[in-house]
Design a binder for this molecule. Structure first.
Ligand SMILES: NC(=O)c1ccc[n+]([C@@H]2O[C@H](COP(=O)([O-])OP(=O)(O)OC[C@H]3O[C@@H](n4cnc5c(N)ncnc54)[C@H](OP(=O)(O)O)[C@@H]3O)[C@@H](O)[C@H]2O)c1
Length: 418
């Protein structure tokens, strides 16, 4: 078969297309004829030789851990999939590669939705697994606010969408030119970098309305209360006026010590007060239920608005490894509510660093089927920043190392390159 490989560590220029022995699936594995293969930062790091994990590679090495393709061999113990099926997933991660090739062995997979482009399917595997694992570990559930630091990248953009699908409100950090991209994925964007808590606090976003939302929530109650008071007040005044005039006239008449007039006046005053009293009572009665309804209606909205108005972040996911852990802890108030995927100093902050199966943790492979289902519902995409042919694998690695990201880089295998 043909494959991208490298025989020495170094820059993207060490990548070459070459002939390689075709692999065959072992227990619980399948082989696919690859249609697309993702390129991730870890592939570039391994190729560079700068990560300690590079020492585990036997050269020549075929990079790539994610692929999508058509099943053509089934390993022992595998059920529920047949040759000819279109699937997407990841290789055996312990092997740290093998996907950038004509044939790849997958260890985890899910059926590819018929409408999912090959590029998206090929790039999905580890991003979906990682994001799912992180959201599981953080126990992200409906109504929570999750902050994702590094939300526009391969893992972050997937985590945003899966968290929104779980019913969470998501604040995502990215460079300003990626803010619209994050909005489209369902997150409220803010710029990453120092002083994150201040920007989170001053964020006025629709998912998390601040003062405007609070005012809107309070207004209905206020308006009803004012209206009720006005109604009562007007009737009260009208009643007192109506009383006042006859009473004055009665008092004039009484000036001549005419007890009859006084009595008559008194009676009229009493009647007037009775009328006024009833009016006030009716007004208050009428207002009462409306005030109650208004307060009832306002209550939850006020609570939501007040919740939202504060800088409360329930959980924080560090995808970037850019040194933000102390700020993420200050935002959530608890290191246990923060998870890092990329900061190797996490333990010194009391924060968990998740490395997945390689570290013996529970995996998030079930996320593949969930993502496929969400895709068919139009609620999920794998954002693709750029596609390259297998011949241009070096350019794909260069792109991955460029730093700025809106989703994934992917290799497309349309035809045999020979
Ligand atoms: N532990 C695990 O299981 C696991 C699994 C997969 C990946 N990872 C790691 O997770 C990290 C991200 O992977 P990825 O595939 O998502 O990488 P990626 O596609 O290259 O994305 C990285 C993102 O980081 C953002 N970023 C750059 N500087 C930042 C800063 N100072 N603060 C916050 N964000 C910043 C960039 O945002 P802009 O584009 O907006 O500048 C970019 O979108 C890598 O370190 C990778 O090795 C860990």
């Amino acid at each position: 078969m043909f494959a991208v490989h490298y025989t020495e560590f170094g820059g993207p220029e060490v990548l070459h297309l070459a002939e390689a022995a075709a692999p065959h699936p072992l227990q619980n594995q399948i082989r696919v004829r690859v249609k697309a293969a993702g390129v991730s930062p870890v592939d570039a790091a391994l190729r560079s030789g700068r990560t300690p994990m590079s020492a585990r590679l036997a050269l020549p090495h075929i990079p790539g851990v994610d692929a999508a393709g058509v099943v053509d061999e089934i390993g022992p113990g595998v059920t529920g999939v047949a040759p000819g099926d279109e699937v997407f997933g990841s290789v055996e991660l312990a092997g740290l590669g093998g996907a950038s090739a004509e044939f790849a062995i997958l260890r985890s997979w899910a059926p590819k939705p018929a409408t999912m482009p090959w590029a998206q399917a090929g790039a999905a595997g580890t991003s979906v697994e990682t994001a799912t694992r992180a959201l599981d570990l953080l126990d992200v559930h409906p109504g929570m606010t999750l902050l994702i630091d590094g939300a526009a990248g391969g893992v972050g953009s997937v985590a945003v969408q899966l968290a929104v699908a779980r019913g969470a409100r998501v604040i995502g950090t990215a460079r300003p030119s990626n803010h619209d991209f994050l909005r489209k994925l369902g997150a409220t964007p803010i710029t990453y970098g120092p002083d994150l808590p201040t920007r989170v606090t001053s964020t006025n976003h629709p998912l998390n309305p601040t003062s405007a939302g609070a005012n809107r929530a309070l207004d209905p109650a206020g308006a009803h209360l004012d209206h009720a008071r006005d109604v009562a007040g007007t009737r009260d005044v009208r009643a007192l006026n109506a009383d006042g005039a006859p009473a004055d006239r009665a008092h004039s008449a009484a000036g001549a010590l005419d007890h009859h007039a006084l009595n008559a006046a008194g009676a009229r005053v009493d009647r007037a007060l009775d009328v006024a009293g009833a009016g006030v009572d009716r007004a208050l009665d009428a207002a009462g239920p409306r005030v109650d309804r208004a307060l009832d209606a306002a209550g939850p909205r006020v609570d939501r608005a007040l919740d939202a108005a504060g800088p409360r972040v329930d959980r924080a996911l560090d995808v970037a490894g850019a040194g933000s852990l102390p700020e993420l802890i200050s935002l959530t108030g608890d290191p246990a509510s923060v998870l890092s995927l990329a900061d190797f100093s996490a333990a010194s902050h009391g924060v968990r660093l998740s490395m997945g199966e390689l570290a013996g943790e529970p995996h998030g492979r079930h996320g593949l089927r969930a993502a496929a289902e969400l895709f068919t519902q139009g609620r999920f995409v794998i954002p693709i920043e750029a596609e390259f042919s297998l011949m241009n694998a070096a350019a794909a690695h260069t792109a991955v190392e460029s730093g700025s990201r809106r989703g994934k880089i992917v290799l497309i295998l349309d035809d045999h390159p020979a």
